[in-house]
Design a protein around this ligand. Structure first.
Ligand SMILES: [Zn+2]
Length: 87
């Protein structure tokens, strides 16, 4: 028994879940990251730093989708999640 509610909620049949697809139709992605520079005035340490924003890159067309865009697409109530809509 896990006290992590997210893990508990993900305990479903993967075949019943929506497949995230790229605008090109491919559905295999690799994890990449975009790095954002954080100026010293916004940094908790007072020194310039960088933060990583996780993204998915389509292995077929190479298009990079931000996780924000992916999450937006997941909210759509379609059987297949198409990325890149509304941009
Ligand atoms: Zn693609």
């Amino acid at each position: 028994m896990s006290d992590n509610p997210i893990q508990a909620n993900i305990n479903v049949d993967a075949n019943s879940l929506k497949t995230i697809t790229c605008t090109c139709g491919a559905f295999i992605f690799e994890s990449v990251a975009i790095y954002k520079a954080v100026p010293s005035i916004y940094s908790p340490t007072g020194k310039p730093t960088a933060i990583a924003m996780p993204c998915l890159r389509c292995i077929k067309c190479g298009e990079v989708h931000s996780m924000e865009n992916v999450m937006k697409s997941i909210k759509d109530d379609s059987p297949i999640i198409g990325l890149g809509k509304g941009n």
